[in-house]
Design a protein. Sequence first.
Length: 565
Amino acid sequence: MPVNLENLKKKLLETGKIDEKTLANLTKISKTKDMPFEELIEEKGVLSGNELGEIMAELYEVPYIRLEDQTIQDKLLPIVPYMLAAHQYLIPFEQDGNTLKLAINDPGNAELINFIENKTGLKVEPYYATKRDLKLALKIYNKDVNEKFNRLLKGAMSDTKKIESLEDASKIVDTIILFAFQNSASDIHLEPHKNFLIVRNRVDGILNTIAELPIEIVDLVITRIKVLAKLRTDEHRMAQDGRFKIDLEGNEITLRVSILPTYDGEKIVLRLLTSDKQELKLESLGYSKENLEKINRCIKKTYGIILMTGPTGSGKTTTLYTILKMLNSNEVNISTIEDPIEYRLEGVNQTQVNRKTGLTFAAGLRALLRQDPNIIMVGEIRDEETGSVAINAALTGHLVLATLHTNDAVSSLPRLMEMGIENFLVAATAQMVIAQRLIRTICDHCKKPYQMSVKQLEDLGKILDKKNAARIMERFQEQATTSLTFWRGEGCEHCNNTGFKGRISIAEVLEVTDEIRKNISTRTKPEELEEVAKKEGMIDMFTDGINKVLSGITTIEEVLRVMHD
């Protein structure tokens, strides 16, 4: 548990570097900013990181460790998975026989330390480390990735040549994109800071820092990307969006560009759009046999609305495109209204939203209805107008597919009614709701079994996701055993030592039955509607995730991380 705040304040006064008035002011700022008091002390320069570290360690009654003076052994990293280390701010830095020395920001977290001891079979010796030190030290998990990128960049640039032209910047941009493509990244983040440009890649849903480049090259790199995307190079105060294609080593890569002004300069996010997404099938996306049967049954209907829901980045568009590809034939006319168009679907009429010309989702949808469509896909239902047009289209003999932002399948139906759509219209047109999220899958090259006791499993649930801790135990209570076999990736060159390679979905598919329609019509509360849906055969997302854990596809930690998010 965190140190007692009053004891910390008393210690700070004893140092003589802070008085009562300053202390009261800092306490007020800490509450206003909702920022931990010890972090504020370091940020304001009242004490140096080392001075604060010594005081915190004394209060915790453990040694203080300055991580920048330590050489952390790579072999220790797999002992504590990165997601747990980053979530709890800790890192193993030395092993002496059966003792594991652990730098941790909260050495008072006995529950967490006991969990690591039970899982590793080692005696944990905790050391206090500042959060700033730990953030820097955690970068070692990505050391191999950083080295690979630097080798690639050195191959593109001469060590002695100064970066002073767009031609030089183009080589850097090409290298950044090629490296992201080779490592199956979905997004590239270029983030300017005071003294450097951070390059980060999102791989399997997780952002990793790839490199820190000199701040001097920022303007050239940004200008190069703007030129490629045909954006204004003289505009630095407004957000800009565009896209471009680039051919690198025989690979045609399409990138969507988003530029946003920040305090230190313009931040760029590049989304990699690759055509291989069109080759996906629902089976390869991770849908269970039961859910596949429901989806295949509902998409054969000629009218009604099918909703796809989930947070940003949960693969909604990929799933909808996969369904559209399954439905595409010479006998039907499929039209879409999207913002933006992610991938090109052969044989499908795709329209891009353009608010400058008045082509909104609602206006575009009305225009599509005059184009004699059989199947319509709406990129997102954001308001009552779009929702009403979509529902009316579903009511008049069209099959409508649309996305909606809710956390689960059941919440989508009341969400439509909250927008102002009559409950009887929702009941009459809703055919199916699919909710999904993406989880990382264990790397096949370094996959190993391990045993976890029921007590360890319970502890893990409490540490990572208190909300679902009880549900984990409910799910495994049928196992009449004291330990369970799970699988994990130990980390290898194929997965950049993460233990994971690729992602699939965990999902819940709500097929709207007559009983569910009846409950929609009477405006049953969402929690009660969920119980009805489960009785009608809906497998909730958490259970789908646990089933994938038992099948050795993913880890319990990964399911808890995604459900917690």
